[in-house]
Design a protein around this ligand. Sequence first.
Ligand SMILES: *Cc1c(COP(=O)(O)O)cnc(C)c1O
Length: 359
Amino acid sequence: MNINVTRSSMPPLEEYISEIAPLWETRWLTNMGAKHKQLEADLRTYLDTPHVTLFTNGHLALEGILSAMQLEGEVITTPFTFASTTHAITRCGLTPVFCDIDPITYTLDPANIEALITPRTCAIVPVHVYGNICDNDAISAIAQKHGLRLIYDAAHAFGASVNGINAANLGDASMFSFHATKVFHSVEGGAVTYRDSALADRLNLTKNFGITGEEIVMPGGNAKMSEFHAAMGICNLRHIDEAIAGRRAAAERYRENLTGIPGLRLCPVQPGVVSNYAYFPVVFDGARYDRDTTAARLAEQNIFARKYFSPLTNDSECYGHHGDETPIAAHIAGRILTLPLYPELSCADVDKICEIICG
Ligand SMILES: *Cc1c(COP(=O)(O)O)cnc(C)c1O
């Protein structure tokens, strides 16, 4: 059997069936029905956050919050992310300004932000890559000093917290992805969590054609989560703690096996952070086998790791091959491999993967 980089969690089939069964009575399948309302409420509780607005996916959630904030100008962001982050900024008519990352956590380095601020800068969009939490204290201080909005791409950080604060409560707003490959999912889905309740109306307008009641008040799109997707989210959320515990066991096994191996760099455990164990990235810098050789050696055994994130978004055709402007991100992107990690991954499989890596 193949071991892929991830494997989607599924609730027991009967549980999903009983969750969706009422839809055969109500015939209310989308447009903010009962399941949608329940998932929003369940997420407010689980994430310990006051405001949650669901979307059809994480990407449109990020576009939704950027447009709801009515931003204009430049946005300081990281190139070490999934294409979605940079595309959302661009598709909202904003200009991404790429800032280099911290060499240890691979998140936006606060020390590099201020030099990039111009009179046109309106916001900062950092990413909690792999579930590593950004240096929120330093980044928020810069945002406050310069009057910038702070919106996190928290697609990797569902369930993670720092010093007792859930990642959903950092900055002005956070975007979560509930894609099938994420720690928590609704097949496709996403959400925005935010501090200012006044954003709720505009977020709801952006996802429902700009229509409220019988008025068309703005040119919104369609990014509503269906009842079937919300039902999957409701079921998966009941099992999330078990899922994270399973990931944790596999991640700790990797850490035991790979710590101290020359030329391999693991992400350190961040002080004060309760991780969600979303990914297990390893940087190959002078190891026995380099990154690409290791990926090929694993693939020979039907084990599929991912070069995640490579290329950098600023090193793509779309954004003009400027990876050299963020040298730390470029260095990491050339050497990083994300190993398989999911709740049911056995210690025996982790050991096998580590044996191949270490040769
Ligand atoms: C998954 C992901 C997204 C996009 O989320 P979708 O739900 O797939 O639209 C955005 N940013 C990051 C960092 C992601 O990993």
